[in-house]
Write a protein that binds this ligand. Structure first.
Ligand code: ZN
Length: 268
């Protein structure tokens, strides 16, 4: 069941939207915010977000949500506002996360193929840091999120695998010393590349990602209680199956381009 069209709003508009909702400046070269979404988030929080948790599971196509909505219950529990977006081309991890965090198209941010150089363009992380907030990024060794921001002056927790990422992020949330935490999980992507997008092993990983998100978000909401806070689930691109049964992405097919980001906005 293919989508008939690519989602018209690109996720390059989410960086300025989130920064507006956080009451901080947008990345310098970002596409404009979506005023309706920024206003809605601020309205729901009763002001701008003081604390934020951004959760990034890799390769969660829009069609996965439509086909397996029951897997997304933990997502809806903590981030109940879904917004459809399109990814950027090529729809691969470092290119897409560079666009999500800079709000800029690949031709502006400079990562235009599957490689993981340090991203030099201004990003949400730079704006969060400039606002004086304490900021952490958690992801496994070699992943795009750990690699392309490796020079930033925040606490970059490089872990062994997703389980280590989960435990590390949980500890950081329990300690309560950060204003912003980004968390990346990549094992659904790894397993679907090997076995296919709907192989049991891959789908079990997807479910596990969301179970871990459930716990992380619950912990965040407890740790952030008393402060206005924002919880997001933002994937990087979708997925499709190849003729040999393995999963892939990187094309401009709607299966790869159409994704949904989820937002949860809470009063202090
Ligand atoms: Zn990816």
């Amino acid at each position: 069941m293919k989508d008939l069209f690519t989602n018209p709003v690109c996720f390059t508009r989410s960086a300025a939207t989130l920064c507006t909702a956080m009451g901080i400046e947008a990345p310098k070269e970002s596409d404009p915010a979506l005023p309706w979404l920024a206003n809605l988030l601020v309205e729901q929080m009763g002001g701008c977000a003081e604390k934020t948790l951004f959760f990034h599971p890799d390769a969660v196509a829009q069609w996965l949500w439509r086909k397996y909505p029951e897997y997304f219950v933990p997502v809806l529990r903590h981030a109940p506002m879904p917004v459809p977006f399109s990814a950027v081309m090529p729809s691969v991890t470092p290119v897409c996360f560079a666009s999500i965090y800079s709000g800029a198209a690949p031709e502006k941010h400079g990562i235009r193929e599957y490689r993981k150089p340090i991203l030099t363009i201004d990003t949400m992380f730079d704006r969060i840091l400039a606002s004086g907030r304490k900021c952490a990024n958690v992801g496994s060794d070699g992943c795009s999120m750990a690699a392309i921001f490796a020079d930033r002056r925040f606490d970059n927790y490089v872990t062994q695998d997703d389980m280590d990422t989960y435990k590390t992020a949980l500890r950081l949330l329990e300690e309560g010393s950060y204003d912003h935490i980004s968390v990346y999980f990549g094992e659904y992507d790894s397993f679907m590349h090997k076995h296919g997008t709907e192989h049991e092993i891959a789908l079990d990983k997807l479910k596990e990602h969301f179970e871990h998100f459930d716990r992380l978000a619950a912990c965040a909401r407890e740790a952030f209680a008393g402060k206005r806070h924002l919880i997001t689930v933002q994937t990087d691109h979708g997925v499709h199956d190849m003729t040999d049964g393995r999963g892939a992405h990187g094309t401009d097919d709607t299966d790869d381009m159409n994704i949904v980001h989820f937002f949860g906005a809470y009063r202090g």
